[in-house]
Ligand binder design. Structure first.
Ligand code: ZN
Length: 378
């Protein structure tokens, strides 16, 4: 008999659901959830398919969150197996999305099926929040579903996000928060001129250097128990016309902050503008925030997830907040306790993405046990 988790993961990988195209993945999930009595609400926004589904009528809500979209396969000729033909070899399931995160989706759905069969009259609500727009823009996905849910006063108490958080062994790392991400595009204005007549020009590179030096060397914070110190990286810098006899009249710089809960977006913006003013630069700056930092403090959900991992894996997970942003940043607005737990992330977004089949089966049992611990009164 073929394992139901593996079978469903294969069905999902077969759909080339490159972000934000769901390519029928959510229909597969909906059909499975309908069979076990879930109420289904589809919430499409523009090019994005979203799904909100729940079982149970009242009480605390435990949500499993995830995405059906994947990043592009890239150069398919470099893959050992075609990226959208799920292939098993040596206990590993290969295919785009195997680890990020169609494997987790399969593990969650099968866990829910087993849980509902065992406990059809569980307390509280078990819910799914699934989007097809996590990997790319993330503008019509979880963020919009959360807005809609909040408008009608829905409550989410606990949320497990199936992102691949494990590093070496299944469950060795779980995420209880993520850093914020803030990008600045800065244009420093000078006066263009002939290299031989510098007194008639104002070199935008020269005038920006003291600012850049201070920006790069500034210590923003020390981090805290859960977050590493805030980091700033310059991602792009451009000035000059390519000619060797023109003083550049403009410098354009893009830089990004990954920030801890020690700082707010406003504080970072103010501090940067203070340095700009100190050096009396003529500038224009545009800011874009991709996510505030969020954190789930130690409490019921972290305790339960840690206990269940210890029970199935034999070791305690480590808590972490590193890595990029995740859709947890949107769900955090609802005041939910959030933990991210999924398979090993070593191959995500790479050629030959793969996941251990045994890990997926184990992950499904862990998810099921978390459902039991939260939705069954002791
Ligand atoms: Zn993902």
């Amino acid at each position: 008999m073929i394992c139901p988790v593996l079978k469903l993961a294969q069905q999902l990988i077969q759909q080339p659901s490159v972000s934000p195209n769901d390519h029928g993945c959510q229909t597969i999930l909906i059909n499975r959830l309908k069979k076990i009595g879930f109420s289904i609400e589809v919430m499409p926004f523009d090019d994005t398919a979203n799904l909100w589904a729940y079982h149970g009528e009242q009480g605390e809500t435990l949500v499993f969150a995830g995405h059906t979209d994947v990043v592009p396969a890239g150069a398919t000729q470099n893959w050992r197996y075609p990226p959208f033909t799920p292939t098993l070899n040596n206990g590993l399931l290969y295919g785009r999305g195997a680890a990020d995160m169609k494997g987790s989706l399969a593990a969650m759905i099968v866990a829910a099926e087993r849980f509902i069969i065992d406990f059809p009259n569980h307390a509280g609500r078990l819910a799914f929040l699934i989007t097809s727009d996590e990997e790319a823009k993330a503008t019509n996905g979880t963020v919009k579903v959360v807005d809609k849910l909040m408008m009608r006063n829905e409550q989410i108490d606990y949320c497990i996000v199936g992102e691949p958080t494990s590093q070496v062994k299944l469950g060795d790392i779980i995420k209880n928060g993520r850093r914020g991400s803030l990008t600045a595009k800065l244009t420093v204005q000078g006066i263009q001129g002939h290299i031989a007549y510098p007194h008639l020009a104002n070199n935008a590179i020269h005038s920006s250097l003291p600012f850049l030096n201070e920006l790069v060397n500034k210590k923003w914070d020390d981090g805290n128990a859960f977050f590493p110190p805030t980091s700033m990286q310059i991602s792009n810098i451009h000035a000059g016309t390519g000619s060797n006899n023109i003083i550049p009249g403009e410098l354009v710089i893009q830089f990004n902050f990954r920030f801890s809960t020690e700082l707010t977006e406003q504080q970072i913006r103010q501090q940067v503008e203070t340095i700009l003013k100190k050096y009396q630069l003529n500038y224009k700056i545009e800011w874009s925030l991709s996510g505030h930092p969020f954190l789930t403090e130690k409490g019921k959900l972290i305790n339960i997830v840690s206990q269940v991992i210890a029970q199935y894996c034999g070791y305690q997970p480590q808590l972490s907040t590193d890595g990029g942003t995740s859709d947890g940043r949107f769900i955090a607005k609802m005041g939910a306790q959030i933990v991210e737990l999924g398979p090993i992330n070593e191959t995500i977004h790479k050629v030959d993405e793969c996941v251990s089949v045994v890990d997926l089966q184990q992950l499904s049992l862990i998810y099921q046990q978390i459902m039991q611990k939260i939705l069954l009164p002791a």
